[in-house]
Design a protein around this ligand. Sequence first.
Ligand code: SF4
Ligand code: SF4
Length: 630
Amino acid sequence: MGNFKLTSVEEFEAATNRLLETGAKVGADAWQFRVKNQTPHCKFGEQGVCCRICSMGPCRITPKAPRGICGCDVHGIVGRNFLRFTAGGSATHSDHGREICHTLHTVAPDGNYKVKDPDKLIRIAKEWGVETEGKNIYDLAHEIAEMALLEYGKPFGTQRFLKRAPEHTQELWAKAEIEPRAIDREVATALHMTHMGCSSKPEALIRQSLRCGLSDGWGGSMCGTEFSDVMFGTPKPLDTEANLGVMKEDYVNIIVHGHDPSLSEMICDYAEDPEMIALAKSVGAKGINVAGVCCTSNEVAMRRGIPMAGNFLQQENVVLTGACEAIVVDVQCIFPALGPLSKCFHTKFITTSPIAQMPDSEFIRFNAETAGENAKLIVRTAVENFKNRKPELVHIPQLKQKATVGYSVEAIVKTLDKVTNSQVDVTGTTKPLIECITSGVLRGAVAMVGCNNPRVRPDSAHIDLMKKLIANDIIVVLSGCSAQAAARAGLMDKEARELCGAGLKRVCELADIPPVLHMGSCVDISRMMILASELAKDSGLNISQLPLVGCAPEWMSEKAVSIGNYVVATGIDTFLGVEPQVTGSSEVVGLLTDGIRDWVEAAYTVEKDIDKLGDLMIQRIEEKRAALGI
Ligand code: SF4
Ligand code: SF4
């Protein structure tokens, strides 16, 4: 096995504990303490049985009080809460996608943003029926940006990207009446339906939850991913590193955190600017080191190989190293705690978006139109802050692992071409993967996604499940903070193939890939939907027949629920390690874990025992194989 060794969760925790010692010296708060303050949680909230959507309430359902003041029963309340939760997630991804479309509208040959993947733009234009012949690529980009922006609020029809799904899936959506129309409309309809005195029938509420999720996965998120690729390049496999040890003691460390690559791409550009590097040297640093946290990290890792410092529950740790000159954020999953925490150190907590403004931060507004000058100011602010470091507080845990990332659908298909006999088979398809699955060399695939959540020992569920799956010859595709857990542990090092069963190990050797493939950020789960669609089309099967399941073992956010809904609605059984706040309604639980199967051929499974969750996934994959007779 050579020198390869995974980094264990115990080592992650030892590093965190050491950082908390620094935090204690400066009186820093930390999520570990806040969790204690909030435990035990309110049972009404945990079960989803409290309602505060009108001022006759708040109401909560108990055996003695089975209805709210308006007469809504527990199933209506739980269903409405679930739909609102979904709408929050869908709105978030969709607004991110919209920002990307706006940025695409600003591209110019001499502007802040350019078209880096013209082929992809032309492909999308053709798909949307737009004439591309003889058209200037920038004119085409502006035209497509406008069409994409209209997807958010068009008055008629359904979303354009739905046509990418196999016909059978499209028929199911039409029959179940869950085809999303305009992206924003589904969020608005969700909020309308959940107003006092509108829908209280669980079936209607869950149907709209699926539709609102689909408007994200096959709309907002897909726009975010596709047009980010057009502007910043479609990811290709490349090498990087992960974990806190990617921060460098002698360098100015800039941490990018959040989601939108428009900001992080520009920061990376200016961190390489000779003027900024000279400035860094003039203040005594060796240079500028950019690393990422959360999904923004995934974006710049996938396209530039920028190292990944950590995932969701590591965000405070980067400040606790005492070596973070600036943590630069845009939107989503940013702990407001970073404000007060950064005040305990020299760190500048720089917020940049009007959408996410927080106390104790320095607000440097970032706009697509003025991106260059904004990014330069941010980098300069970080560099000039190097001299304020307190050397006695600096401690960077020496933990890092190698990772190969950048597996977009395009990159996966290209990788598969390498193992295709071009004399006999056509290239550019997913068929080699299907052959591996049909022959049993691979048993199936799991799409593992989602966050960290203090309800689960951080990262342990992600890592334990991945180890179990790959040992059983199941290939794993990853996104979001799940991907970072894998990278930090070392599972994205190609050497990790030693942990695989014989079949997957052979595939990894032949294709020269790690056993777990990084497909990007949370919006990039749309890539997984496209991959599943391609696999179905290339095999002639329905998506729900493929030995493929989704899993979010440590999920926490509203976005994760929106994602879960569109993954299930696409026909992929989805396994959760954290219980959604729906247990107060047997009807809602019944629909989510079983009833929706009649509409979309897939449903949720919830299991908090992570080892059992893994067994259930393997069992489902084997059931699907048996049904296909393979
Ligand atoms: S909508 Fe009904 S259940 Fe909800 S707070 Fe108002 S009265 Fe109570
Ligand atoms: S995986 Fe979850 S915590 Fe991580 S960036 Fe995405 S939504 Fe946020």
